[in-house]
Design a protein around this ligand. Structure first.
Ligand code: IMP
Ligand code: MG
Length: 171
């Protein structure tokens, strides 16, 4: 395991993202949608830095299972508990890789007639993108390495690490 982004760096960047999001969303009472499970810590740490009215929602979509490669299959496993018609939506994601998951998700959410949808992702692997996806807020652009920690897992392991690390040899 190699440290890619230490804890302090994550929190400094979160402060910057929160300032930017506050400027854009203050007074709009947005709904932040956390994509489970990887984005839980990011959502919690980001939302606590936002000093305006907002709501928190959670969705779960199928992803890679125990493998490190995409299956190409995206399914909604847990849907929203609320109606989003006319509301401003900010999707909170841990990492964008191919972009397929969020492309599917945003399409599904647009069909429910929200006022707006934007994406905030902690990590982005631009070199891996196959789906076109506008992402307004990005924490860090990274190389095409497999990363874990701060919510991100490999076969459900490593989510509780307080930093982002690289698994050089996925077990
Ligand atoms: P995409 O649909 O290819 O963009 O995949 C996005 C999802 O795959 C993320 O939300 C993660 O759950 C998972 N994923 C992609 N890359 C990594 C990684 O490096 N480590 C852990 N999970 C990853
Ligand atoms: Mg995810």
């Amino acid at each position: 395991m190699r440290t890619l982004i230490p804890r302090e760096e994550l929190h400094t960047r979160l402060d910057q993202l929160a300032a930017q999001i506050s400027d854009d969303y203050s007074g709009k009472k947005p709904i932040l949608i956390c994509v489970l499970k990887g984005a839980v810590f990011f959502m919690a740490d980001l939302a606590r830095r936002l000093d305006f009215d907002l709501e928190l929602e959670f969705m779960a979509v199928s992803s890679y299972g125990a493998s490190t490669e995409t299956s190409g299959v995206v399914r909604i496993l847990k849907d929203l508990d609320t109606d989003i018609e006319g509301r401003h939506i900010l999707i909170v994601e841990d990492i964008i890789d191919s972009g397929l998951t969020l492309q599917y998700l945003t399409k599904s959410l647009w069909s429910r007639n929200p006022a707006s949808i934007e994406i905030v992702t902690l990590l982005n692997k631009p070199s891996r993108r196959t789906a076109e996806l506008p992402c307004k807020y990005t924490g860090f652009d990274i190389e095409k390495e497999f990363v874990v920690g701060y919510g991100l897992d490999h076969a459900e392991k490593y989510r509780n690490l307080p930093f982002i690390g690289v698994l050089d040899q996925p077990e």
